[in-house]
Ligand binder design. Structure first.
Ligand code: ZN
Length: 242
């Protein structure tokens, strides 16, 4: 059982998009389970084994209770599997429905379904669909139905107007340390692999700059932006005071 299930397409999406919020939830005593859809085997840099070890180290830094991998094919989520005829996307919906019913979280996090990377788009869509379908008794019968109360989408390549931000000032160092666990993806002059946006020497600084920007918008030091369908409910308007 988990309080929070957080989904990402690749083994570094969660750290980059919402690592601060995950660290904060864990610090508050919530059980956070991180779930990667793929092993990131299509990544320009790093091997699957390296990326698995990096993801485990980052989960530890963030205080996650567990980190799972659905081992779906990286980069091919939209396409059909030649053997079953089902797309990886269809398989993903059934796997995520099952996981939601098994772990019974109240909060889900997932990529935003509009982004430059097609896998991010699909993970955002799949988790949104699965959240709904997991609440239907007659869909995929077996485990008891369960619909998490809230789905928060985080942003990655593309930044869209958020519907809320989370103050991560208390955990910004933990977030940046978790991103730095992904050493194979980041700047390293000793590695001969091709350069990517992540391997720029200033990548971590650039990601921090985004959180600094949204923090400044909200009157705090650092904040992560999120999108929810429908405005989030505020129990106490005074809680909006900076
Ligand atoms: Zn990704």
């Amino acid at each position: 059982m988990a309080d929070v299930l957080a989904f990402g397409a690749h083994p570094d999406d969660l750290e980059i998009g919402c690592g601060g919020t995950l660290a904060l939830l864990a610090q508050q005593g919530r059980s956070v389970v991180m779930v990667d859809f793929t092993r990131g085997e299509l990544g320009t840099r790093g091997t699957v084994a390296e990326r698995r070890a990096e993801a485990a180290a980052a989960a530890k830094v963030l205080g996650a209770a567990a980190r799972l991998n659905l081992e779906l094919p990286d980069g091919f989520l939209p396409f059909a599997d030649p053997q079953s005829g089902h797309s990886a996307r269809e398989l993903a919906v059934t796997r995520v429905v099952d996981l939601i019913r098994e772990q019974r979280p109240r909060l889900l996090l997932a990529n935003f379904p509009r982004d430059a990377h097609p896998d991010h788009v699909i993970v955002g869509d799949v988790v949104k669909q699965a959240r709904y379908l997991a609440g239907l008794r007659k869909f995929q019968p077996g485990r008891e139905r369960h619909r998490p109360a809230l789905l928060l989408h985080y942003f990655e390549h593309e930044q869209h107007p958020p519907t809320c931000v989370v103050d991560i000032s208390a955990v910004i160092e933990q977030k940046l340390a978790a991103i730095r666990c992904h050493r194979s993806q980041l700047h390293d002059p000793t590695r001969a692999e091709p350069q990517t946006a992540l391997s720029r020497p200033d990548f971590v600084e650039r990601r921090a700059a985004r959180d600094r920007f949204f923090g400044a918008q909200a009157g705090v030091d650092w904040a992560e932006p999120f999108f929810t369908d429908g405005p989030p409910k505020i129990a106490d308007p005074m809680s909006l005071l900076p």
